[in-house]
Design a binder for this molecule. Sequence first.
Ligand code: M6R
Length: 369
Amino acid sequence: EKAGYDYFMLKEIAEQPKAVADTLLGRIDGSGTLSLDEVRIPARVLREVGKVVIVACGTAFHAGLIAKYAIEHWTRVPCEVELASEFRYRDPILDQQTLVVAISQSGETMDTLMALRHAREQGAKVLAICNTNGSTIPRESDAVLYTHAGPEVAVASTKAFLTQLVACYLVALYLGQVRGTKYGDEIRDVVRDLSRISGAVEQVLETMEPVRELARSLAHKNTVLFLGRHVGHPVALEGALKLKELAYMHAEGFAAGELKHGPIALIEEDLPVVVVVPSPRGRSVIHDKIVSNIQEIRARGARTIVIAEEGDEAVVPYADHLVRVPATPTLLQPLVATVPLQVFACELATARGNEVDQPRNLAKSVTVE
Ligand code: M6R
């Protein structure tokens, strides 16, 4: 069943280009228009949506954090993202113009299910993004957009995450398309880029040997920090989560801009710090700021592991280890930037002798609150 791989996780990491392509299949036509009739929420209702609220847990929550950037940019509709376990306990403000998006690989996560039940009780419409046909979350939602990652067996979520991102981009772009924002041209371009993105994921997978080697060399470390900015921030959080659950190491993700507000005190000689660098094109101000963050932490002795787009030369002088990812539109970068972090965590777990597919204390789907 593992198709020659030692672990399901390795197989599932390798399946990501196909999972991404399958999730896009039939949803984009040749002219760059999205057809998401399957969502079954009438365009009229989508045009009236006043607020989007995303609820999810763990890795799916990180997909939601990235979705917020895409939704607010392309649709100009305010979007909140909340941990499903916190949602209903704070008496959230919801009404019939609220679109709640519940993201769940398994479709059985109790925290997410309780959040969506609460949302529906308040009159909100719920759209599920789910990988498991006929599971409880899509059954109890008003509409569903399935991810087509295929069964994910390893406890650590990999291919499901990438397909959740694709589904989130589709929802954001579709909402933008239906509502007709000033980003119409950009939306058409991004839809085309998205339709080619599985090739970029494949390209990343082909260049992962140095990342594996690096991971093995860090197996004795206690702590790894992850920094990112813009959509790179949730990617950093996801990299840290993978490392915690697989390698049982202390790992933390920060927004790079927060460094100076506290976390920089953690930097010490030879501490590995992974930095996810946004594209130098587009939001170049953010890019320049993160380059100076890398400079700052390196000056304090950190061992910098830099994930940066091909052709980004500004990072070269400050990177102890440089991992290249293909150039993508800014908002799509998480689809390529997350992959090296998955490989890194998986290899570190193996080097530390941990059970990769079944980390201690964890279950694949968490059906208790
Ligand atoms: O099945 P779900 O997507 O609802 O699961 C949510 C989380 O439990 C899940 O993503 C968890 O964080 C993973 N083990 C992370 O790798």
